[in-house]
Design a protein around this ligand. Structure first.
Ligand code: SF4
Length: 242
């Protein structure tokens, strides 16, 4: 059975989340603001992001079944982020394919990549000197960006997508990027062999959890976790300590 790159991300947040999902619990459903930000980042042209954005409002309301007045209110609250999205240099994001489905039986991985950027090749000597990959996997993230680089979880998920792209297209993928859309930042990173190994290691742990193995987790992150109400780990650990 395939392990989704999404599951790798869940495991890296907390292995218990993989267990909860395997029990049929939905972990981290995106809220209205994040849903809208993600839609705008992927589907809106920069010139559409000015003024009343009526087309985006109608589309988001229809696709995600959110009342139009809620969409308008959220967009008004996110004007700063939206103008930062509009100012991202287009050559970092285009030409591209969006929401690319990938899977590999050999790797045992699958996923839907947010954006696959296909940089134009420069011609002549400059092209040889400034050689870039034929394709760059790009993740859209609606949370805050780290001070520099990308979050470790994003880097390891990028490594998973890079391996899937290499398998499907027979090319080398050595660079990935993360679009932190709330901050209007696009951060590029090298994809390291360590991250590839880590992605495959997590894939194996996810399989074990799905086979019924209970993950061993700490409670350091529980106080800020949206699943703490139903997870039960914290109260278990605390009662063992008493
Ligand atoms: S409440 Fe704690 S143990 Fe449970 S999923 Fe969240 S972080 Fe993990």
């Amino acid at each position: 059975m395939y392990v989704r790159i999404h599951d790798i991300g869940l495991y890296l947040r907390c292995p218990m989340l993989v267990y909860l999902e395997s029990m049929g619990r939905e972990c981290f459903r995106a809220d209205t603001e994040r849903t809208i930000l993600r839609y705008i980042a992927l589907y809106s042209a920069p010139e559409d992001l000015q003024g009343d954005m009526s087309k985006a409002v109608k589309d988001v309301a229809r696709i995600h079944r959110i009342p139009e007045e809620d969409v308008i209110r959220s967009i008004d609250a996110m004007r700063g982020s939206i103008s930062r999205i509009a100012s991202v240099p287009r050559e970092l994001l285009t030409p591209c394919d969006i929401e690319v489905e990938l899977r590999s039986e050999r790797l045992g991985l699958s996923g839907i990549l947010d954006r696959l950027v296909r940089p134009e090749r420069r011609r002549g000597l400059l092209g040889m000197l400034l050689r870039v990959d034929d394709m760059i996997p790009s993740l859209v993230r609606t949370g805050r960006s780290p001070e520099e680089g990308v979050w470790r979880r994003d880097r390891i998920q990028l490594a998973g997508y890079a391996m899937l792209l290499e398998e499907r297209f027979g090319v080398e993928v050595s660079t990935g990027q993360v679009e932190y859309v709330r901050d209007g930042e696009v951060r590029r990173v090298r994809i390291r062999s360590l991250d590839r190994s880590r992605a495959l290691w997590v894939r194996d742990r996810v399989r074990e959890i799905r086979d019924g193995e209970m993950p061993d987790v700490g409670i350091e992150k529980c106080s800020s976790c949206g699943m703490s109400g139903i997870c039960g780990v914290k109260s278990c650990v605390v009662s063992r300590m008493l």
